[in-house]
Structure formats: C-alpha cells, structure tokens
Ligand binder design. Structure first.
Ligand SMILES: C[S@@+](CC[C@H](N)C(=O)[O-])C[C@H]1O[C@@H](n2cnc3c(N)ncnc32)[C@H](O)[C@@H]1O
Length: 233
C-alpha cells in the first residue's frame, strides 16, 4: 500500500467486518455508548459504524476509499468477496473456525458487513464516512474519546513501514482524548509484527501507557491480542 500514489479501487481488496466482530476484537463491553465518541480508523466496508450508530453508539468512520461512490464500492465488494472465498481453500489452516463455523458463515458475515455499510454510506455520505488518508487527518484535537484500528496497522507491516505506523498512531493520539485500540498485532503471515515491540520501546511513546490485552476473538490463528494506548499522559 503506497500512500503517496493516487488510489485506484482495483488496487484494494474490500472486505469488512461486522459489529459483533469489532465488539469482541476490541472488548467493547467497557465503553459507554452514551458518552464516548468513537473513531473507526481505516474502516473500509465494515458494518461496525452503521450497526454501532443504530445501537446508540456515536461513531464516525474514516478511510481513503470514501472518495468513491457507494455504487463503485458495492460493485468492487461483490467481486472481492468471491475472489477471497475462492482463494480461502488454499489457506484454511491459517484460521480458527470457532467464531465462523463454515465458509458459508464467513460469507454471510462479510456480505452483511458490506451491504449494511453501502446502505448507510448512501444515506449518510461524508457526514459519517470521512475521506481520510492516514497518517494525516482533518479531525480536531480530542474530537473523539476512543479510536479503533482493525486490520490496518501491524497487519500490513511488509507494505507500511515503521514511520507510517508511528505517525498514524501519533495522529490518532492527537484526535483521541482517552485511548487508541489496535487489533490484531499479527501480520499477514500470522506472525506478531516486529513493529509492536519497536513501538513499546520507542522513546517518543514513553509518556503514554501501553498494554497488550488478550481478547475473546481469534479468527487468524494467534491473532487474539489488542494493543491499548492511553492517549493522554
Ligand atoms: C483490511 S481493510 C479493514 C477494514 C475494517 N477496518 C475492518 O476491519 O473490517 C483495510 C482498510 O484500510 C484502508 N486503508 C489503507 N491505507 C489507508 C490509508 N493510508 N488511510 C486510510 N485508509 C487506508 C483500506 O482502504 C481498507 O479499507
């Protein structure tokens, strides 16, 4: 993922997760939907934002794909889901089949995610779905309380370098008054990203409290931890 190049939709794979998955990945039972403002970072075609807002949470989604129309995105989602499911047969062993019992369960969840997202994007447009190209954003200082980063940082550590990770996290700390939560900590090869250790030791983060927490969600094997960064010292 080269963040300098102008994005073409054919270069991204549009697969999104549901509210139930986010709830478990980020152990969201400790959040207060009435008071806490949430930023979904690199939210893509996940249905977390529409589902959470309809349950009373206050969520804004941010991704670089939001400059495309819902119709372009929908068409791409349909194709990508078929491609990913076809290729899945070769990598079944990388995954735990406890949460999704079968490939059909997985298909149903991924279809639900993109359809709910597309419907809401058509209705809410860029009020709720903000075009953002990290590591930069247009959000104000402390505009949110908690930022959630699902399947973006650490996962693509071969394509996004440490400087990108660091600058994105510093930007999220700026816009979040309480916490930044990142899941998973493994990369595409299913190994813990070396950037996790590097970040924990980075002097620029020494004033922030950081902790790794086990969560009750593990689809990619060994991907059952999130990093929590308390954003204010
Ligand atoms: C694997 S998807 C994850 C989507 C969602 N968070 C989820 O877990 O279902 C990764 C997302 O990162 C977005 N992305 C990649 N680079 C980005 C950048 N520099 N700024 C904003 N979004 C980016 C892609 O457009 C894509 O939607």
């Amino acid at each position: 993922m080269d963040t300098e190049q102008k994005l073409d939709l054919k270069d991204v794979v549009l697969i999104g997760r549901t509210f139930d998955e986010y709830y478990r990945m980020f152990a969201l039972d400790d959040l207060n939907p009435q008071t806490q403002r949430i930023l979904d970072v690199a939210s893509g075609v996940s249905s977390f934002c529409p589902e959470a807002n309809s349950r009373g949470f206050n969520v804004i989604a941010s991704d670089r794909i939001y400059r495309f129309s819902p119709y372009e995105i929908e068409e791409k989602c349909r194709k990508d889901l078929e491609t990913v499911l076809t290729k899945l047969a070769e990598v079944m062993d990388l995954y735990n089949w406890d949460f999704f019992k079968t490939v059909d369960d997985l298909r149903a969840a991924r279809e639900k995610a993109y359809k709910l997202f597309v419907d809401d994007f058509k209705l809410q447009g860029n009020k709720r779905y903000v075009f953002t190209e990290y590591p930069h954003s247009s959000f104000k200082d402390n505009q949110f309380d908690v930022s959630l980063v699902s399947h973006f940082l650490f996962l693509y550590d071969e394509h996004l370098d440490y400087g990108f990770h660091k600058n994105t996290i510093l930007e999220l700390i700026r816009v979040s008054s309480e916490e930044v939560r990142i899941f998973p900590l493994v990369n595409l090869r299913g190994k813990k990203s070396v950037f996790v250790k590097k970040l924990l030791k980075d002097p620029d983060f020494r004033t922030f409290r950081m902790a790794i927490r086990k969560v009750d969600y593990e689809f990619v094997k060994n991907g059952n931890e999130m990093l929590v960064i308390e954003s204010k010292t």
